[in-house]
Design a protein around this ligand. Structure first.
Ligand code: C2E
Ligand code: CA
Ligand code: CA
Ligand code: CA
Length: 377
C-alpha cells in the first residue's frame, strides 16, 4: 500500500474539497474541524474521510496533521465492489443515514444519481421493498396470517397415503396469497425465520392428530422444512423436543427436511444438533437431492434416513434419458445407504409408473394432490 506523509500543521483536505478516498492513520494524529471549530483529534489506527468512499459529495470537514503523520489512502475503487455486493437493505440504510447526516449539515442535498454506488436506484427499490416485507412478516406473525398447507406423500407400491409435507402459506391482507419463495428469503436474512420455523413446527404437530386419521400406513409421518438459521442456535433441539413431548407425538412421526444449505455455514454444530434430534427419535430427509442445494457431501456426513429427489429430475425423466439415469442412480445410491426415497413433483401417471419400476419408495406431486389446508385434506 502506498503511503502519504504530512508534516505537522499541514492540511490533508478542506471542507468543500472534492474527495474520493478515506485515510487510515498509520503514525501520528490529526485534528478534524468543521467551520473552523475543532470536532475531534484522532490517532493511529483510526479512519477519516470515509464518507467519500460512499458518495461523491464535497468533504464535510477539514483535517490537519497535528504532528508528522503517515496516512494510508483508501481509494473509493477499493470498496466500491464490496459495497455493491452488500445486502441492499444495509446499503439502503447507509445511504439514508448519509442523507440525514448531510441534511443536518445543510450541505447540498445528496443526489444518488451522482453516486457510482447508488446510481442504480433499482437497488433502493429492492431495499425498501425488503424492509416493508420484513415489517409485514412481523405483523403476519402477530396477526396469525400464516397457515400450514399439507401435501400428500404416497407409498408408490401400495398406492397408500403415507405422510404429508407441511408447506407454509401467507394470506397477506393486501397482496393476497404470497408464495413462500417470495418471503422466506427475506425472513432468512432478518432472522425472522427462527420464529416462523418454530411456528410451522408447532402448527404441524398440532395438526398431526387430524392428519394422521387420514393415513393408513405402518410408518406415518409429517415432514417439516428447516431453514439455515434454525440450526445455528443451541435452543433448537430443546424446542423440538418440547413441542413433540407436549403434544405427546411419537418423535419418529416427525420428519425434518433440510437441504445442504442448512448445514453449510456451521457443519460441526449442525451435525451435533442433528445427531441429538436423531437420538430423540426424529428422522431427517435430504430435500432437493441432486441440485446445488443438496448433494453427495451431505449424504456421507449426516445421519439422513430419506432422500428427496428434486422435481427438476422427475419432471424431465420421461423426455431426457439423462435425467432418467440420474433418477435411477439416485434411487440405487439411497437404497445402498439404507435410505428410503421420495420422488418430488410427480404430475403424471406415466411418471409414477416409471418411478415404481425403478423401485422408488414414495411419491409426492400434483398427481396425488396439491398442498391443501387442513380442512380440505
Ligand atoms: P420444497 O421443500 O422443495 O417443496 C416442494 C414445492 O414443490 C412446494 O412449493 C410444492 O407446492 C411444490 N410442488 C409439489 N408438487 C408439485 C408438482 O407436482 N408440480 C409442481 N410444479 N410443484 C409441486 P411451495 O409450497 O411453493 O414451497 C416452495 C419452497 O418453499 C419449498 O420447496 C421449501 O423450500 C420452501 N418452504 C415452503 N414451506 C416452508 C416452511 O414451512 N418452512 C421452510 N423453511 N421452507 C418452506
Ligand atoms: Ca421440502
Ligand atoms: Ca424439495
Ligand atoms: Ca424444491
Amino acid at each position: 500500500l502506498h503511503r502519504e506523509i504530512y508534516p505537522a500543521g499541514e492540511i490533508i483536505f478542506r471542507e468543500g474539497d472534492s474527495g474520493d478516498s478515506a485515510y487510515l492513520i498509520e503514525e501520528g494524529s490529526v485534528e478534524v474541524s468543521v467551520s473552523s471549530t475543532q470536532q475531534s483529534c484522532i490517532g493511529r489506527g483510526e479512519l477519516f474521510g470515509e464518507i467519500a468512499l460512499i458518495d461523491q459529495q464535497p468533504r464535510t470537514a477539514t483535517v490537519r496533521a497535528l504532528e508528522s503523520t503517515v496516512l494510508i489512502p483508501i481509494p473509493r475503487q477499493l470498496v466500491k465492489e464490496l459495497l455493491e455486493k452488500t445486502d441492499p437493505v444495509v446499503r439502503h440504510l447507509l445511504l439514508t443515514i448519509l442523507e440525514r447526516y448531510r441534511s443536518t449539515r445543510s450541505q447540498p442535498a445528496f443526489d444518488p444519481s451522482q453516486s457510482t454506488i447508488f446510481r442504480r436506484d433499482t437497488t433502493r427499490g429492492v431495499a425498501t421493498q425488503q424492509l416493508r416485507l420484513a415489517h409485514d412478516i412481523a405483523e403476519a406473525l402477530r396477526e396469525e396470517q400464516f397457515e400450514m398447507f399439507y401435501q400428500p406423500i404416497c407409498d408408490l407400491s401400495s398406492g397408500r397415503l403415507a405422510g404429508f409435507e407441511a408447506l407454509i402459506r401467507w394470506h397477506h391482507p393486501v397482496e393476497g396469497m404470497v408464495s413462500p419463495m417470495d418471503f422466506l428469503w427475506v425472513a432468512e436474512q432478518t432472522g425472522q425465520i427462527r420464529e416462523i420455523g418454530l411456528w410451522t413446527l408447532q402448527r404441524a404437530c398440532l395438526d398431526w392428530p387430524v392428519l394422521r386419521t387420514r393415513i393408513n400406513h405402518h410408518k406415518p409421518f409429517v415432514s417439516v422444512n428447516l431453514s439455515p438459521s434454525q440450526l445455528t442456535g443451541d435452543g433448537f433441539v430443546g424446542e423440538v423436543k418440547t413441542i413433540v413431548s407436549d403434544l405427546q407425538m411419537p418423535p419418529r412421526e416427525l420428519k425434518l427436511e433440510l437441504t445442504e444449505t442448512v448445514i453449510i455455514n456451521n457443519p460441526d454444530l449442525a451435525l451435533q444438533l442433528l445427531s441429538k434430534l436423531i437420538e430423540a427419535g426424529s428422522t431427517l430427509a435430504l430435500d432437493d437431492f441432486g441440485t446445488g442445494h443438496s448433494g453427495l457431501d451431505a449424504l456421507h456426513r449426516y445421519p439422513i434416513g430419506t432422500m428427496k429427489i428434486d422435481r427438476a429430475f422427475v419432471s424431465q425423466m420421461l423426455t431426457s434419458p439423462h435425467s432418467a439415469k440420474i433418477v435411477q442412480a439416485s434411487i440405487e445410491l439411497a437404497h445402498s445407504l439404507k435410505m428410503d426415497v421420495v420422488a418430488e413433483g410427480i404430475e403424471s401417471e406415466d411418471e409414477r409408473l416409471a418411478l415404481l419400476e425403478l423401485g422408488c419408495d414414495y411419491g409426492q406431486g400434483w398427481l396425488f394432490g396439491k398442498p391443501a389446508s387442513l380442512k380440505n385434506i
